[in-house]
Design a protein around this ligand. Structure first.
Ligand SMILES: Cc1cc2nc3c(=O)[nH]c(=O)nc-3n(C[C@H](O)[C@H](O)[C@H](O)COP(=O)(O)OP(=O)(O)OC[C@H]3O[C@@H](n4cnc5c(N)ncnc54)[C@H](O)[C@@H]3O)c2cc1C
Length: 371
């Protein structure tokens, strides 16, 4: 094997490995794969294993159904985890309910704009956030989805298994999730050819033919990741031109295995066990045809995870929770932070800052109740 110093390393693949015990999902460990490209053209893959349960001291507890918490934080991304640290340091009883730790950061290969780190991989930053939170005796429920919330002096949070938790205040920090195409075959083949995160899933399509839906920054970044491993990448754009930054488009155009299909849309995703082809429609001529493909990457933006608060809180036209500059929502005692809110510029550092602000506002509210 050539000397490592002659290699360029590209962190490519990070994913949490989950196990389900007694119907509860546990994050057992994270695997990260780095692709090393040596000067003489040889490729190698390095695997890094982080055992989540063993990393750092933990005093975190199970979230208790019978307890009335001062604050329950909804979400596990940078906004929620920062809010958790602020609440615990303020000494208020705190619970946290999340599907997973890390949110979108866990799907980000490299972060170069979070202060304190010139460069850090997304999953490493998540590990640091999680470790910082778990040093406190905070009640945590991980792996369950929030189905509904209620307002009033005591707030109730209902999960998808019907369990209900109570708190004096809520901080909603449930971020955003990938937008879906909503065409036949999409749900059926998710995880069997339909993917949303090229950072996570590109290596699974090595040597295969893939289609990337979306010509914005996310689509072009995904296409660049895929062009390095796939046999052929087709970028399909709804509009007559790409909307991504020029620098990204120029980078993508350097790959000979990439072509572009403008003013087209997918109408159906087909296959037997996994994706085999897609039906596409020319938006000008309305003609349809099938294109063979093993992978479809849907990169058409993100939607706020706010449905469970519809009817309780005011949302804007994008379904984001409307907040003021101190993270108050339309409901007393309910605060919101990060990408799920109407605050502009969706970034890790902004979500973390908003999480801190929401926590301080919630603590002020609790102090006033106790007065
Ligand atoms: C591919 C990609 C690359 C990015 N790169 C950068 C970058 O380099 N620098 C940067 O600053 N920003 C980057 N961003 C943006 C950044 O990641 C987000 O702005 C940030 O993560 C928002 O944090 P958040 O805590 O508000 O929400 P999220 O990170 O979206 O976290 C939301 C959390 O809530 C949980 N959740 C959601 N709904 C429910 C529910 N119903 N029940 C239970 N739990 C739920 C989720 O599981 C998740 O843990 C990137 C985003 C993406 C997608």
């Amino acid at each position: 094997m050539p000397a490592k110093k002659n290699a360029t390393a590209r962190p490519f693949y990070g994913m949490p490995v989950l196990d389900i015990v007694d119907d509860t999902v546990y994050n057992i460990f994270n695997i990260r794969c780095t692709i090393l490209c040596y000067e003489d053209g040889i490729f190698a893959m390095e695997f890094h294993l982080t055992i989540a349960a063993l990393s750092g001291e933990t005093r975190a507890l199970e979230l208790e159904k019978s307890r009335l918490y001062d604050v329950i934080i909804l979400g596990g991304g940078p906004a929620a985890l920062t809010a958790a640290v602020y609440c615990m340091r303020k000494g208020v009883s705190t619970g946290l309910i999340t599907m997973d730790f890390g949110g979108q950061v866990a799907e980000t290969s490299s972060v170069e704009n979070y202060m304190g780190y010139k460069y850090i991989e997304g999953i490493d930053l998540v590990d640091k956030f999680r470790e910082q939170v778990r040093q406190f005796p905070i009640g945590i429920s991980e792996g369950r989805k929030i189905a509904a919330i209620s307002d009033g002096a005591i707030k109730h949070t209902t999960l998808d298994d019907g369990s209900v938790y109570q708190s004096r205040t809520l901080i909603i920090a449930t971020g955003k999730s990938w937008r879906r195409l909503n065409v036949p075959g999409e749900r059926e083949f998710t995880g069997r050819g339909v993917a949303y995160c090229a950072t996570c899933d590109a290596p699974l399509f090595s040597g295969k033919r893939v289609i990337v839906v979306g010509g914005g920054n996310s689509g072009i970044e995904a296409a660049i990741d895929l062009a390095r491993v796939a046999e052929q990448v087709t970028v399909m754009q709804f509009l007559s031109q790409l909307t991504a930054d020029t620098i990204l488009v120029e980078k993508l155009r350097q790959y000979p295995n990439v072509d572009f299909l403008y003013e087209h849309e997918i109408t159906e995703i087909k296959g037997a066990q996994a994706v085999e082809s897609v039906t596409v429609k020319n938006r000008q001529s309305e003609e349809t045809r099938d294109i063979p493909a093993s992978g479809i990457f849907i990169e058409i933006g993100l939607l706020p995870n706010s449905d469970f608060s519809r009817g309780v809180l005011e949302h804007n036209e994008n379904n984001e929770i409307i907040v003021d500059c101190a993270c108050h929502t339309s409901c007393p005692g309910i605060f919101a932070a990060g990408d799920v809110t109407s605050v502009p510029y969706k970034q890790i550092i902004i979500a973390a800052g908003e999480g801190a602000k929401a926590a301080l506002s919630a603590c002020d509210y609790i102090a006033k109740i106790h007065d």
